[in-house]
Every structure is written in C-alpha cells, then in structure tokens.
Design a protein around this ligand. Structure first.
Ligand code: DGJ
Length: 663
C-alpha cells in the first residue's frame, strides 16, 4: 500500500520467491498530463480516482457524479485470505476487496463486496470482480471463441496497444466466448502465463488494456442487463469470484493449474452414459428407448439418459416446455415402469430438463403468462420457438425447485441434464420496479445457482450435466455445482478434436462430457474410425450418443472393448497431469496423461502423412515430457520417449491408446 493509502498496488505475482526483488510492476516514470493512479499498478480503482486509464468501479449516488474517490479503511488477513476495505465518506460506498488462495493449487480467488452505508441509492455502472496487472512487455492474449457447434476454438493475438474485450450478453457464458483469458509475454510463449476465469452463469465481460507503463491490465466482471444496478441504502452487492492462475510453463502449465483447481471443485463424470438425443431426437417412446438401452447395457454403459422429448406436448421444438409431466402416449405402461425396465438392465436412469424455458403452447404459459421476461407493448421474440422464464422471481424459482424435486422424488433418477436453449430477449418485468433496481441478470443467475445448490444438498446422489444449446454454460460457478458440462452439440470427430483441445486449455478432462456418435463432420468432413471417436471420448467423461441399434455385431464388439478399456483407465485419466502435444492442426495430436507409476498417451492422426506408406518414411513420433530420463516406461526409457519420442503407427489405425507402466 503506498503511503498515501488511496489504493493498494500489486507488487508481484508469480512463483514463491518472486517477491524477493524489486517489483516488476512498479511504475518508476512520470505520468505527464495524467494522474498518478493512471500509471500505477492499482489493484481496484474507482473512476474518479483513476479517471483516464480505466477503472474497475464506476459508481455514484443517483443524480450525482459517477466519479468517486476513497481511502483505505482497514485490512484483515488470515492464513490463506485477505480483505482490504476502502471507504468513500461522501457517497457512503464501502468497498471490500477479497483475496483467497486455494490450497494445493496455483489459483487465487478474488471478488468484491460493495455496501451502501449512506442514505442515497448508489448507481453501479461498472462493478468488476477484480482488476489484475500483468507484468508483460508485449501482451500475447489467448482466448476461446466460436459459435454454436464450434465452441472453444483457441485463438491468440498480440496486443501492442489499446484494448481487447470479450463478453456475453446472453444471460449465460455463451457459445461465442468463454469467460476465460490467458496473458503471456509475446517473447516467451512457453514461459510465465497468467490466466483468468470467471465463476458466473450470467452475462459477463473481460477487458485487457495496455497500460501507460506498458503492462497489461485485465478486468473481469459481470455485465448488468440494464447497464447499471442500484444499490439501495444499507444494501450490499457481492460480485462473482474470478479465479486467477499462474504457471511458469506456458499455456500447457496454465491448463494443468485449471485442471487441479477443477478437481477440487467438481466430482466429475463417474459413469459411462448412453444418451438417446442423436439417435431419436423428439421421437421418444418407451419401446425405442428400451431397444437402445439394451444395446447400451451390452456395450458396457452404466447410465441411460433420455434427452428432450419425454414430456407432454413435446413432439418437436414448438411445444411442451414448462409442462414437465411424462407423456402417457409415449410411455403407455407409465413412466415409472419404463424407468424400472431401464434399471432392470443394470443401468442407472437419467433425464433431460430445461427448467428455465417455456413453450407458448404450454399449459404453464396459459396459467402464468407473466412469468416470462417481457416488455409491455412489445411482441416477444421466439428463439427455438420458446420463451424464457424470469427465474429471478421467487414464484418462478419455487416452481423450478418443486418441479425438479418432484421428478427426483417420484422416479429413481440419478442424472439430470440441465439444458437452456435460448438467451433472453425483451428482458423486462413490467410492474416490478425501475429497470435498474431489478438486476434481472443477477437475480436469474443467483437463483439458477440456488437451485443447483439445493439439488446438491437434497439429492447428493444425482449427478448433473450443465448444458446450454451446446457449450454455452461452461464456467466455474456451474462447474462447481455440476458433475460434467457439455462442450458442444458438434460430436463429429475432427470438429470435436478441435473443440476439446480448446476446452482442455481452460477446463479439466473429468468435467468434459464427450460422446461417441455417428455424426459426420460439419466443418471437417473427413471420415474417421469408430476407434478415433472412442479415443476422443476417453479424453473426457466418455458417453455414447450414436444410434447403436444400427451398429453391426462387429462394431458393438469393438465398442465394448473400448468401453472396458476406458473403465480401467478413467480414474487415472481423470486425475493424472495432462500435457497437450501438438495441436489438432498437426498430422499427429496427442494428450499425455502422467502419473507417478503410469503414463497414458491418447493420440489421433488427423490426416496427412508424409511419405508413408508409399514412400520411404520414418514412423511418426510423439515427444513426451516430464518423465524420469533414466526410468523405464513400457518398452522405452524416459530419455528415449522425451528425445526420440514415442513411435505411433498410422498405417492401420487413426487413433491409439498407449499405456506405459513405469518400472
Ligand atoms: C441442446 C443440447 O445441447 C442437446 O444436447 C440436446 O439436449 C438438445 N438441446 C435437446 O433439445
């Protein structure tokens, strides 16, 4: 804290011992025509105090200036946490900055609490969770972007000056960008790497600004729907947590930091599931589902999930949502009896729901038209023929909670796939008060998390899959309350390889739901084998989503072998340290899973091979890392595997699982 105590400064951020030397962030120059704060590595600053270079908080009493100033009030520190308090006596705004180190990981959590101690409402126009100064000379930014069916594409750019911004206004993390960013020095892409990941299931924003001093400042936080939130006298607002990670080992090391963190916060997928969506879509009926379940059980699946289409009025995407009663025409012997038939095959039972959505044709909509987001005098926009419930309302929250409790109590359901297939439009609550006093996005997100928390407590044996029209709900708050998340509706092999590659930079294998399907490629249509598809799903939490009724006996026998192999390896694959070798753009891409006694390599041939088999050529090799050079791993020494590489044979197969026991 500088002597003037008007703000806190970051001294250093890196491995233990980095603080032992002059601060790499200290601005030793002048800040001509600016304020001192504009050039300083300020931890968190209000607009006013830091007027020109970007502030983390833009707040002021309603009707007054949106500039504010504060001074340090107090601090409290515990073993792994810190709170810094700043107070603005004029506006009455008290700001608590929170820091928490997550033991056993390289992750620090930060968030902010804003309290109005005055007697006038304060308008919060910007209230980031945290701001971070990153001591790079030229920033190289890595981020994940895409669209539906093409989520998690890893992108990089160099930002010599100016601002970079990503975000979502979709009320979910979104398919467009992940709330995740990595920053490195352009000159050292394999060196120090700083990462940021926001735990918030609503709209969000991440900015990276090049500061006057040349360093990179990252600001992470919510994006309120109404563009501002009112903080009434006596009220407090807590921002979501942003997790910040550090690695000395480039993006790969940073990915491992995220994997360790997510292993602490999420249980992960523990059962091989079969999901019927791609096989039957809305044409669900007991006989067809049971036919699939029988084959799934033979293949070694442990769980059978009925996806969309099981409830009344749901014959296509135009109806049904909101009326969560099993369709008696589809389950003539009763849904309970159908579930028992599935369980009699030795499979647990899982069900798809989309609790926040509502079809205009539903009974629920006829009874509660006011439960959806809407604006007086405006026609509602339909997306996928549906509307969105205003989950921030307590009555809607109660409805969702009792619907899910009801289903989970009435039937022995052990898996819930929670989907959400439309972002909010006409987002209003007529009669609810002034828009800025509603914070609709905040209220929706908080009640979504409340429902998930309730499910965890009331139904601890039920595993949950987080999904939103593919991969739009992948962020740390959802990951902490679910078992797996669905990265994308694109399950085509080469497309999926690229999606999983990006996903694994930010998230752990055990939370990555991945199905083997029959899907042809959408973006890369080159055919790949069943083996390729299975090895791809083994990289995460393996599931099957193909129409297995049409698989031949030979295909089924082959599939059963992969499922058995996955079951043997899954504990290891979900706990080992992961190294990505190459990229899916290379002819050979591999993931190395390293544990103390074993190394498992999952490898894929994406296409072209120089020379082989027509011309003389050497075997493709995968250079492993992090091994003991003098130890033996299967038929090889560690030195051989790290220097010459592990040979693979792409003449007869296009993917492989290579298990190397250390001796
Ligand atoms: C979108 C999901 O991403 C799919 O997996 C599937 O559940 C459909 N919704 C069902 O409508």
């Amino acid at each position: 804290m500088p002597e003037h105590q008007r703000w806190a400064e970051l001294r250093s951020w890196g491995p233990a011992g980095i603080e032992d030397g002059p601060s790499p962030l200290a601005n030793v120059g002048r800040t001509p025509y600016m304020t001192e704060a504009d050039g300083a590595p300020v931890e968190y600053a209000p607009f006013g105090l830091r007027p020109f270079s970007g502030a983390d908080l833009v707040a002021g009493p309603v009707g007054a200036a949106r500039e504010s100033w504060w001074t340090f009030d107090s601090a409290s520190a515990k073993e792994s946490s810190l709170r810094l308090t700043f107070a603005d006596p004029l506006s009455g705004l008290r700001t608590d900055l929170y820091y928490e180190v997550v033991p056993g990981t390289d992750v620090l959590l930060r968030w902010t609490e804003l309290t109005n101690t005055g007697d006038t409402a304060i308008r919060l126009e910007r209230f980031d969770s945290a701001g971070f100064c990153v001591p790079v000379d030229t920033a190289r930014l890595s981020f994940l972007s895409g669209q539906w069916a093409q989520e998690f594409q890893l992108q990089q750019l160099v930002l010599p000056a100016g601002r970079f911004e990503i975000g979502s206004q979709q009320g979910v993390a979104g398919q467009g960008y992940s709330p995740w960013l990595a920053v490195q020095d352009d000159s050292a892409p394999d060196g120090p790497t700083w990462g940021f990941s926001l735990a918030w299931p609503g709209s969000w924003r991440i900015d990276a600004d090049i500061e006057l001093s040349g360093s990179c400042r990252v600001r992470v936080g919510r994006q309120p729907h109404e563009s501002a939130v009112l903080l009434e006298p006596g009220a407090s607002l807590e921002t979501p947590q942003v997790a910040a990670a550090y690695s000395v080992d480039g993006l790969g090391g940073l990915a491992r930091a995220w994997h360790s963190y997510e292993r602490q916060i999420s249980r992960g997928g523990r059962r091989v599931l079969y999901n019927s969506w791609e096989a039957t879509e809305f044409a669900v009926d007991a006989a067809g589902q049971l036919e699939l379940a029988k084959v799934a059980a033979d293949l070694g699946a442990e769980l059978f999930v009925v996806d969309d289409g099981w409830f009344v009025g749901r014959h296509d995407d135009t109806g049904g949502l909101g009326d969560w009663t099993p369709d008696p025409a589809k389950f003539p012997q009763g849904f309970g009896s159908f579930v028992e038939d599935v369980r009699a095959l030795g499979l647990e039972f899982g069900l798809w729901v989309e609790p926040e959505s509502i079809s205009p044709k539903s009974r629920l909509y006829a009874e509660h038209p006011d439960w959806v987001y809407h604006l007086d005098g405006r026609e509602p926009t339909l997306i996928r023929n549906q509307l969105l419930l205003d989950l921030g309302r307590e009555d809607v929250f109660g409805f969702v909670l009792s619907t899910l409790d009801g289903l989970l109590t009435e039937y022995p359901i052990r898996y819930l796939k929670w989907d959400m297939n439309r972002p909010p439009t006409e987002r209003g609550r007529p009669g609810g008060g002034a828009p800025e006093s509603l914070d609709l996005d905040g209220a929706h997100a908080r009640n979504y998390l409340r429902v998930l928390d309730h499910l965890r407590t009331a139904h601890p044996d039920v595993a949950i899959e987080g999904c939103a029209g593919g991969g739009a709900r992948v962020e740390l708050a959802t990951i902490a309350r679910t078992d797996v998340v669905w990265p994308s509706d694109n399950t085509a092999p080469l497309d999926r390889l690229s999606i999983q590659y990006g996903f694994l930079h930010a998230h752990a294998p055990h939370v990555m739901s991945s199905w083997v399907t029959d899907a042809p490629g959408m973006f890369d249509p080159r055919p790949r084998s069943l083996r390729f598809r299975f090895v791809l799903a083994m990289a995460g939490a393996l599931g099957i989503g193909a129409d297995i009724r049409s698989w031949t006996g030979e295909q089924r026998a082959e599939a059963a072998q992969y499922v058995a192999q996955y079951k043997e390896l899954r504990e290891f694959l979900h706990s080992a340290s992961v190294t990505m070798i190459g990229t899916p753009a290379d002819p050979t891409f591999a993931l190395q899973y390293t544990g103390p006694d074993q190394v498992v390599v999952l490898a894929w041939n994406t296409g072209p091979l120089d020379g082989t088999p027509a011309l003389s050529a050497r075997r493709p090799r995968i250079r492993l890392s992090g091994l003991d050079p003098s130890a033996r791993y299967g038929a090889y020494s560690g030195a051989h595997l790290m220097s010459a590489g592990l040979p693979v044979d792409w003449e007869s197969v296009d993917a492989d699982v290579i298990v190397l026991e250390r001796s």
